[in-house]
Each structure stands twice: as structure tokens, then as C-alpha cells.
Design a protein around this ligand. Structure first.
Ligand code: AMP
Ligand code: MG
Length: 348
């Protein structure tokens, strides 16, 4: 009995040694875990390699909720709501973070000649798209409300850290840029917490942090704008880049067979109406990508392409309502089509 036990130990030892000297089994890739929370009126998810302390996810979600509480226009109080309430009356001090986003919004408003305009709030409120009160306003209401929009009448005082809307009835809405800011901020926060690889997804506003554990690029799905969120027409393989899409699928209502979506053309007061169904921007900063995807969507392909090409490191992909896809060279280089009902073209 004892002898048998000794033989067993020897056998185990020799097997162990053989295991050490033989070919190494392929290393298992580390597992990934995903945690989500509902912030900015959308699903925010973090996909990180395990093991990650639960406190990392919590720290990010708490931080984002703090940003939301300062930059939202939905709710009772926020820095933005205070600025809007004081329109035409007085400048209001805002936090450095809100100021930074307002400055970026003004930059993209100027670059897009008002196609992107964070003072679009009066029109957003009038249409109510994404709320139970969504309705098609009368042309008169639209005309009057349109007059209350104009990024040139937002005064930002850097020394005092204040924002001032010159005319009563004006209002700010950072819905077209704040998620991008939040994605960049999350990337910075994760790096500070020692996490340098993962996927940050704020309702389709995606940032690929670093590369995958094996060094290969992340694969980000490009939203099919004719379908619900989560259906892709292709994949972008990227490392340390962001992909942000604006499209007709996100928030809309239908009345008498017409779809009214949430991206408004500040110049007409109506949902932006051209042959685009979606625009994806690929670049380094998610805040830039967010503002640009909204701006390019409103500008339409021709002007948008000119704008994107004037900005170094910005790649763009357009999807038209008749399922054509046009990309800049840098987008083509990382793109793989997965839905062959779309046709990639070289000109629209
Ligand atoms: P996005 O999904 O990033 O394209 O942003 C759309 C959101 O930005 C809308 O839900 C509005 O809150 C706001 N928005 C709508 N139209 C514009 C516009 N022309 N410029 C800036 N923000 C806009
Ligand atoms: Mg945007």
C-alpha cells in the first residue's frame, strides 16, 4: 500500500517535470468583464481585462454621474441649467470641466459655421424629441425659436470662468459633445487607476483604450444607422482611438410616415435633412469626434468632407440613406465591411 503511494508520487513528479521541459501550452487570454450603468440618458459600459477591482468601475461611474449632474439640461439643477436661467441677465460661474466643454463647443460651432451649435437648446426643447412630448411644431413656432439660437451670443470669460448667454430665451445643450468629453475623461481616469486597456462605450460613443492584451487592435462595430443600436455594417480595427457615430437611429419619432430625428439643423430649425443616415468619426479625442459627428451630419457629405480633411488626424465615414458608404483613406485602412447590403463607393 505504502509502496504504491510512493510510485504514485514519483509518477506525478515525472509528469510535472515533463510538463516543464516540454512545449508550453498556449497562454489563455485574460478574461474580460463588462459593467454598465445608466448615465447621460444612455447605457455607459466599461469592458476591462480581469482582474480589476470593483472600485475601479465604481470610481468611473461616480465620476461620470458627477459630470452629468453639472452638464445636464434635464433635471432641476445643474451648471448648465443655471447658465440658461440667467440668459440675457448675468454671467454664471461654471466648473473648469464645463468651461472646457463649452470652449470646445464654441470651437466646433465656428469651424462648422453653426452646423454644430450648443445653443440649440430652445429648438431641442420645442421639438421634445426623445421625450413623451415629442411633436412637430408649427412653422411659426420654429421660426421664432430659431431666433433664440446662435453660438456667437455665448460669451465665455476664461479669467472669470463664466458663461453668459446674451439674449433672454437662449439656452445651452451639450448633448452633442458631452458624451465624448466623458469618454476621454474616463480614459484619463482609468489610466490614473492603472488600467491601460479596455473599451469605453457611452451609448455608441466608443473609445478603445490601448490595444488588446495580446497587442492586437480592438474591433469597434460601426453602427448600421438603418437598424437599432448594436447592429453593425462593418468593423474598425483600432488601437487608442475613438469612433463616434451620429445618426437617424438614435432618438426619433414618426408622424404621418415621416421620421423626425434628434439632430437639428440650427439654420432651419428642423431635423437635419440631407441624404445622410449616419456619420462616423475616427480620431484620437472622443470630444472632438462627438462634436464633429454631429457637425458633419448636419453639414452633409460635401461640406463635411472638406471640414474633416482640413483637420489633421480626423477620419470620416458617411452612410447615405440609399446604403452607400464613403470613407476617407484613413478610415478605409482600418475598416472591414460585415453587412454586404451596403455598397462602398469612392464618390457620392
Ligand atoms: P449626437 O448624438 O452627438 O449627434 O448629438 C445629438 C444631440 O445633441 C441631440 O440629442 C441634442 O441634445 C443635441 N443637438 C441636436 N442638434 C444639435 C446641433 N446641431 N448642434 C449641437 N447639438 C445638437
Ligand atoms: Mg455628437
Amino acid at each position: 500500500m505504502i509502496l504504491k503511494g510512493k510510485w504514485m508520487i514519483l509518477l506525478c513528479l515525472s509528469l510535472l517535470l515533463a510538463g516543464c521541459s516540454g512545449a508550453k501550452p498556449a497562454a489563455e487570454p485574460p478574461a474580460m468583464a463588462e459593467q454598465s450603468d445608466y448615465i447621460f440618458g444612455t447605457l455607459v459600459s466599461l469592458k476591462l481585462y480581469e482582474p480589476v477591482e470593483a472600485s475601479v468601475y465604481q470610481a468611473v461611474f461616480d465620476d461620470l454621474r458627477d459630470v452629468e449632474n453639472r452638464m445636464t439640461v434635464k433635471g432641476i439643477t445643474s451648471e448648465l441649467i443655471a447658465v440658461n436661467a440667467a440668459a440675457g441677465t448675468a454671467p454664471v460661474a461654471v466648473s473648469a470641466d464645463t468651461f472646457e466643454v463649452l470652449e470646445a463647443a464654441e470651437k466646433y460651432a465656428a469651424l462648422s459655421e453653426g452646423a454644430f451649435d450648443a445653443t440649440v437648446y430652445p429648438l431641442v426643447a420645442l421639438w421634445g424629441i426623445g421625450t413623451d412630448l415629442a411633436q412637430v411644431p408649427s412653422p411659426e413656432e420654429i421660426e421664432v425659436t430659431r431666433q433664440a439660437v446662435g453660438y456667437q451670443d455665448l460669451v465665455l470669460d476664461k479669467a472669470k470662468g463664466t458663461a453668459f448667454l446674451k439674449r433672454p430665451g437662449m439656452g445651452l445643450d451639450l448633448g452633442g459633445i458631452a458624451k465624448g468629453y466623458a469618454a476621454d475623461r474616463t480614459a484619463r481616469k482609468l489610466k490614473a487607476l492603472g488600467v491601460d486597456s479596455g473599451i469605453i462605450n457611452l451609448g455608441g460613443n466608443v473609445l478603445a483604450l490601448g490595444a488588446k492584451a495580446d497587442g492586437s487592435p480592438w474591433r469597434i462595430g460601426i453602427q448600421n444607422p438603418m437598424s437599432d443600436r448594436g447592429e453593425y455594417l462593418g468593423i474598425a480595427a483600432v488601437t487608442n482611438k475613438t469612433v463616434v457615430t451620429s445618426g437617424i437611429y438614435e432618438r426619433y419619432f414618426e408622424q404621418e410616415g415621416i421620421r423626425y430625428h434628434h439632430i437639428l439643423d440650427p439654420h432651419t430649425g428642423y431635423p437635419s435633412d440631407n441624404n445622410l443616415a449616419g456619420v462616423s468619426i475616427l480620431t484620437d479625442s472622443s470630444m472632438d469626434a462627438d462634436a464633429l459627428s454631429t457637425a458633419c451630419f448636419v453639414l452633409g457629405p460635401e461640406k463635411a468632407l472638406a471640414l474633416a480633411k482640413s483637420l489633421p488626424g480626423v477620419e470620416v465615414l458617411f452612410i447615405t440613406k440609399d446604403k452607400k458608404v464613403l470613407m476617407t483613406e484613413g478610415f478605409k485602412a482600418v475598416f472591414t465591411q460585415t453587412d454586404d447590403s451596403f455598397t462602398v463607393v469612392d464618390a457620392l
